[in-house]
Ligand binder design. Structure first.
Ligand code: F6P
Length: 324
């Protein structure tokens, strides 16, 4: 093992820069060469490479986004694209790849490894926290704090006007952001894809909380929730069936993906980046470095991708009790 390539792929997440920095500096520590690959698998196919040394990654631990940039590559879905990527790695004498991203990134890595037996290690970087085999993904903690800060502000105006706010948060397939930020921000209701509350029950519950003395309400809606066609449709339904409140909608959108990473995300990214290089030096690959009960673990990519990510059901109960 002499030269390691590193890339970020899929949706960016705060803390990706800290993870790249850790990989680059772990390479420097072990006297390995490190190559930065721009724009994820797109840059891998196009040969958009740059050697990185310890100083190349100065002053980035605190920066959101990813300086290597990211992409969702269509070309990497094709055999031809992956062949080009492999040729570029060979021509540049790169011995292994560290890929930082989510399940789309890891699916690509697993296929690539299967075709070329090329050593690949994954680091989970996505705000969604929807990756099997790790308790936390890089960027999730920062996104939660961004959402809670935003809802705190929305609450101020909701209270002033006695309004109901629907706040849409990210999480295409997973309700982790909605559930945790919802509990942290004291939401009255939390709608997530993993649980179908039903529109009637939502209305009944909001009526009950209004009758119990609440003058305003916050409902956090995960973007992947299926209760309405979309959040605007749900707002229409609420306006028709709940006269007690004026209903407003806020979609937080990509604000959740930006900003300086939290300390937790910086430390997690640093630990996982160092562990990724360690695992390659130990001759282990085709795996993802994750965190389990605050210990760094190595999980086979196949297991990571088997699906079935679950939310913390006990938190649903906490949400119900504390929003009474
Ligand atoms: O996977 C991270 C994520 O932010 C999801 O929560 C969201 O659905 C998606 O990416 C948005 O992707 P894009 O930025 O490509 O629109």
């Amino acid at each position: 093992m002499k030269k390691i390539g590193v890339l970020t792929s899929g949706g960016d997440a705060p803390g990706m820069n800290a993870a790249i920095r850790a990989v680059v500096r772990a390479c420097a520590y072990h006297k390995l060469d490190c190559i930065g690959i721009y724009r994820g698998y797109e840059g891998l196919i196009e040969g958009d490479f740059e050697p990185l040394d310890a100083r190349s990654v100065k002053n980035i631990i605190n920066r959101g986004g990813t300086f290597l940039k990211s992409a969702r590559s269509k070309a990497f879905h094709t055999k031809e694209g992956r062949q080009k990527a492999f040729n570029n790695l060979k021509n540049n004498a790169i011995d292994a790849l560290v890929v930082i991203g989510g399940d789309g990134t890891f699916t690509g890595a697993l296929i690539f490894h299967g075709e070329f037996n090329f050593p690949v290690v994954g680091i989970p970087g996505t705000i969604d926290n929807d990756i099997n085999g790790t308790d936390f993904t890089i960027g999730y903690d920062t996104a939660l704090n961004t959402v809670v800060n935003a809802i705190d502000k929305i609450r101020d105006t909701a209270i002033s006007h006695n309004r109901l706010f629907l706040v849409e948060v990210m999480g295409r397939d997973a309700g982790d952001i909605a559930l945790n930020a919802g509990v942290g921000a004291g939401a009255e209701e939390i709608l997530i894809p993993e649980q179908d509350m039903g529109r009637e029950r939502l209305i009944a519950s909001l009526k009950r909380s209004k009758a119990s003395g609440k003058s305003s309400s916050i409902v956090v809606v995960a973007e992947g929730d299926q209760i309405g066609k979309n959040i605007l449709g749900l707002a229409e339904y609420i306006r028709e069936h709940l006269e007690e409140y004026e209903c407003k909608v806020t979609v937080l959108g990509h604000i959740q993906r930006g900003g300086a990473p939290s300390c937790y995300d910086r430390v997690l990214a640093s630990r996982l980046g160092v562990a990724a290089v360690d695992t390659l030096l130990n001759g282990e690959y085709n795996n993802m470095m994750g965190i389990n009960h605050n210990q760094i673990v190595s999980v086979p990519l196949r297991e990571v991708l088997r699906g079935g990510h679950k939310i913390d059901e006990s938190l649903l109960r906490v949400a119900d009790i504390t929003s009474i």
